[in-house]
Ligand binder design. Structure first.
Ligand code: AMP
Length: 410
């Protein structure tokens, strides 16, 4: 038997319904916040992610799916959505003559060669937004509240954990002090962190293995190394969030796994501390990828993780099941199905020449609210038998009133 690849999942049943609900809500929110849909390729030049996500990130170091195509080109299955959207922004010169912010959103599959586990897949789906062209803290607040409001609408009680990483210069200053401090304790850090100290020391701060160690608890904190402008900017974002009723907490150890962030970073976390999404400002990614200096901010949320924690109250019931035995009744069923569907009534019928008894069973399995029981006798008198499948009451309805009748009882 051929099975699905490790770390990948088929989306079916209730989970598929949840997925569709999430997508519907994302589309609706993107519309009212005026973000436009974009779809970029599932694979891009390997170079894009090396430069974009960052050579020193865990993702590029050990998690990408890289391949050489038949033409000898180096490609990578996208591990995240931002690099592709920014590549498009530069390639289509959307920065030229820019008079307003370019606001995009996406929904799509991402690929990371991670160890599969709860909330960690090798193929997973993210929705996210990128707002490109402004450094205004009002835009940071919009992006954070958009992600927060989508998750709230899905019934999830998340808190925004937020941190200020400062300007690249602030971070360089802080990095020196941090490395000096961590060097003294290097032997007591986990194996990964011993390597990170050379390539990405800030990542040590949110290492899951060392998170409880006193070494990290007593480490210098970045907020002591930020210039006045970074601090004012950050406080301005928090002021806006207060007004937007976003529940947030400052987390000085929040760094995030992607190298391109500066100034504000945040994550959307449940009380279990599971992260459903995150994002931040990336004011230097466009120039790193060959465009001009364009300040941007964005977020991405993981749909599978949301599905795992969403309530199971998705309704899969149908409104009407139509029962028929002979050809005349089947002919009528075909017409009625069309009329019901034109009126947005969810309906189904028997496609397998089942007995009446089996049709009752199938209707129950589909949780049909109403049964239309066609029989030639009724039809010859211009009537249709309708049964309420909950109260079990039966009535005969004139054929030309059937749609109005059904609309009145569902
Ligand atoms: P990131 O792109 O790393 O900032 O992650 C943003 C969100 O995507 C996370 O908060 C998760 O919800 C989701 N995510 C990241 N990696 C995975 C994965 N391997 N499997 C499932 N979801 C993931």
């Amino acid at each position: 038997m051929i099975t699905k690849p490790k770390g990948c999942y088929d989306l079916t049943g209730v989970d598929a319904k949840k997925y569709q609900k999430i997508v519907d809500i994302v589309n609706a929110y993107a519309k009212i916040y005026n973000y436009k849909y974009i779809r970029t390729p599932l694979f891009e030049s390997t170079e894009l992610f090396k430069r974009g996500v960052g050579d020193s990130s865990d993702i590029v170091q050990k998690e990408t799916y890289d391949f050489i195509d038949r033409g000898g080109r180096n490609y990578t299955l996208r591990p995240e959505g931002t690099a592709g959207v920014v590549r498009n922004f530069i390639e289509d010169k959307l920065y030229g003559n820019q008079t307003s912010v370019v606001k995009k959103y996406y929904i799509g599959s991402m690929y990371r060669y991670e160890r599969p586990g709860l909330g960690r897949n090798r193929e997973f789906t993210q929705f996210g937004v990128e707002a490109m062209g402004s450094d205004d803290p009002l835009l940071d607040a919009e992006v954070i509240s958009l992600s927060y409001n989508i998750l709230k609408e899905l019934g999830l009680d998340v808190t925004v954990k937020i941190n200020n990483l400062g300007s690249p210069k602030d971070r360089e200053n802080y990095k020196k002090v941090l490395v000096e401090y961590l060097d003294k304790h290097i032997n007591n850090l986990c194996e990964d962190c011993q390597k990170r100290i050379k390539i990405n020391p800030l990542r040590i701060l949110d290492c899951k293995v060392d998170s409880d160690s006193d070494i990290l608890k007593n480490a210098p904190i970045i907020s002591d190394y930020l210039d006045k402008l970074s601090t004012e900017r950050f406080n301005q974002i928090l002021n806006y969030l207060d007004y937007l009723d976003v529940d947030y907490e400052i987390d000085n150890n929040l760094v995030r796994g992607l190298d391109y962030y500066d100034y504000m970073v945040y994550e959307l976390k449940l009380s279990s501390s599971l992260a459903l999404g995150g994002g931040g400002r990336y004011n230097h990614l466009v120039s790193t990828l060959g465009g001009p200096e364009v300040p941007c901010v964005g977020f991405a949320c993981g749909i599978e993780r949301i599905i795992n924690v969403m309530e199971d109250n998705i309704n899969e019931d149908i409104d009407v099941y139509i029962m028929h035995i002979n050809d005349e009744e089947k002919y009528k069923a075909n017409i009625l199905l069309q009329d019901l569907r034109l009126n947005n009534i969810i309906c189904d019928t028997n496609f397998m020449n089942k007995s009446l008894k089996s049709q009752f069973k199938e209707a129950d399995n589909m949780k049909a609210k109403i049964l239309i029981i066609l029989n030639s006798d009724d039809l010859s008198k211009g009537l249709i038998t309708v049964k309420d499948n909950i109260t079990k009451e039966e009535v005969k309805v004139p054929e030309d009133e059937i749609i109005d009748y059904i609309l009145g009882v569902i």
